[in-house]
Design a protein around this ligand. Structure first.
Ligand code: 8YV
Length: 323
């Protein structure tokens, strides 16, 4: 019998069943669990052709540079902003990821946050638990149905959000760098125009340098005191300090956030506010979706080992491979 291929796991995966399956199929080393990870890389880095990581853990250049024979990275997640593009392209390693299978659950979560922010659901829960109900009235909230939903980032997930919005009788407009061909929704050529138009500004744009802090104080002030912000994309898209200040001053009405600039550390100012609902980066975190993501991580690995290319490949990796 052949020895199973060696596989470097950057860290524990977001689903323990996947850790177990990887250990069954491969000769696994988990980098984060080595006593001295840098020394481990220096001594053993030459042995690994395959690596798995997640969108949240990412992959720094320091690790790629220590793996001279790295051929394939399989990442758990659809975002690839935390995978170091330059070092991976230099290495010629191909990069697989898990688009498509998480769209519905992320869109569900976007709507959960939108409705919670508008109707004050989490604040209402705190109100009842504190025993305030017998002493005072809960504040009047904001209607979501029929309102204007501005989507920043009309990709697969943005489209899934827009489909849900139809059921709530919401009008949808969006902003991307370029209009999406064939999209039935209104395109607004700038984020400021989208913020001015929208009652709810919802972010499903990719993270990374191109979108860093695009949602800044000016965009939030333009969204205005009746407006709500929802972010299920990347914390880096929003200037979190500006957001906390806008929420505190009532310059926007409320927010729902699943992602933060420095996870797992939301800005402390946010924790004290009742008009923001916070969740710990769980939009893809259902049994169904995490298992589908895990299957694609495994399929990407298997196909890359068999044919040299993954089932679902990060665009810049695919582009480099065909160049
Ligand atoms: C995380 C995500 O991948 O897919 C993404 O880009 O951010 C999430 O689905 C998940 O938390 C595991 O890292």
């Amino acid at each position: 019998t052949q020895r199973p291929p060696r596989l470097l796991q950057y860290g524990r995966m977001p689903l323990s069943a996947l850790d177990r399956e990887l250990a069954a199929q491969f000769d696994v080393a988990v980098l984060s669990e080595q006593a001295d990870p840098d020394r481990f890389l220096a001594e053993q880095g030459t042995h690994f052709e395959y690596l798995v990581t997640s969108a949240a853990m990412g992959l720094p250049a320091r690790v790629v540079d220590a793996l001279p024979h790295l051929r394939f990275v399989s990442s758990f997640g659809v975002g690839f902003d935390a995978l170091d593009k330059e070092s991976l392209l230099r290495r010629g390693a191909r990069v697989g990821y898990t688009p498509g299978v998480l769209d519905d659950c992320v869109a569900d979560m976007a709507f959960a946050l939108l409705l919670d922010a508008a109707r004050g659901l989490s604040a209402a829960d705190r109100f009842v638990r504190r025993g305030d109900w017998s002493r005072q009235r809960f504040g009047i909230q904001t209607r979501a149905s029929g309102k204007r939903l501005g989507i920043f980032g009309m990709g697969r997930i943005g489209s899934a959000v827009a489909r849900r919005a139809a059921g709530f009788g919401m009008q949808v407009a969006y902003h991307n760098r370029h209009p999406v061909e064939g999209s039935p929704h209104q395109y607004l050529p700038s984020l400021l125009e989208l913020a001015r138009w929208a009652d709810f500004l919802l972010i499903t744009a990719a993270g990374g340098d191109a979108t860093r802090h695009l949602v800044n104080a000016e965009v939030l002030d333009t969204l205005g005191p009746q407006g709500f912000l929802v972010n299920v994309a990347r914390g880096s898209v929003v200037d979190e300090a500006a957001l906390a200040a806008a929420l505190q001053d009532g310059r926007i009405a409320g927010a729902g956030l699943d992602v933060f600039e420095d996870e797992p550390h939301p800005l402390p100012a946010l924790l004290a506010l009742d008009n923001v609902v916070l969740s710990p980066h769980i939009a893809s975190g259902t049994h169904e979706t995490r298992h589908a993501m895990a299957d694609l991580v495994l399929q990407n690995l298997a196909q890359c080992i068999a044919t040299g290319r993954p089932v679902a490949e990060v665009p810049w990796s695919a582009a480099a491979a065909t160049a």
